[in-house]
Design a protein. Structure first.
Length: 234
């Protein structure tokens, strides 16, 4: 199950350690038969970029993509609950599910962070990992399509995750998430304005997709199966 850790590592903030692990990550992805050849090729291009690019440039590009765009957020519940109070309870439920399986996270980590979720998938049985990934497949597909529109190589990671899921994403759910998309410039400007105004947690936005909410919450309700070993952080 190294594949989930490898893909999760690529979605972390770029570091020297990530660049140093480039060959290992590429080898893990190339060895995974469930991932299509186009996806493997795109991931290899991303790994090569991260390994050869100036670190500061790689970090700036990462922040511009994932920190300055809610539509590309790597926090799964952002796409379902927005900043509503429901998001807090959903994260409590998901953290409890992790802990019930022997997977512990540190206090400063949010349980819905995608690399953290992928780390958890690397510790459960393959069948369960594929099913859990399917529960968020529509979210991942929407992010993939947005990254592809921006010409980002990170889209390859999400294409690989689509290949690993037990079920393909529901097209209607994907379209629901994409329906109100705006330009990257408009989205960044609005986010900057909100930061300046320091909004309180608990705005009414909830991502506009109740069906997506139900499937992602189901992820937090699953129980049983083998208990992976404890883990501190990711």
């Amino acid at each position: 199950m190294k594949i989930y850790r490898a893909l999760g590592a690529l979605l972390q903030y770029p570091t020297f350690e990530l660049a140093a692990a480039a060959n290992e990550i590429t080898a893990v992805v190339e060895a995974e038969p469930r991932i299509s050849k186009p996806a493997r090729s795109e991931v290899a291009r991303l790994v090569a970029r991260l390994a050869g690019q100036d670190l500061l440039e790689a970090q700036e590009a990462y922040v511009e993509l994932f920190d300055r765009s809610r539509s590309l957020s790597l926090h799964l519940f952002e796409h379902i609950h927005g900043e509503s109070r429901d998001r807090g309870q959903a994260m409590v439920n998901l953290a409890a599910h992790y802990e019930s399986r022997g997977y512990c996270i540190s206090a400063n980590e949010l349980p819905d962070f995608l690399p953290l979720f992928l780390e958890f998938l690397s510790l459960v049985e393959p069948t369960e990992a594929g099913e859990l990934l399917s529960d968020v497949a529509h979210i991942l597909e929407a992010i993939r399509m947005r990254l592809e529109r921006r010409g980002s190589l990170y889209a390859g990671v999400f294409q690989a995750l689509r290949d690993l899921a037990a079920r393909k994403p529901d097209r209607s759910l994907v379209e629901g998430l994409l329906r109100n998309d705006r330009s990257p410039e408009a989205e960044a400007a609005e986010l900057d304005k909100e930061w300046e105004e320091a909004p309180a947690f608990g705005s009414p936005a909830d991502g506009g997709c109740s069906a997506a909410r139900e499937t992602l919450l189901r992820m937090a309700e699953l129980s049983g199966g083998a208990r992976p070993g404890g883990h501190e952080g990711a």
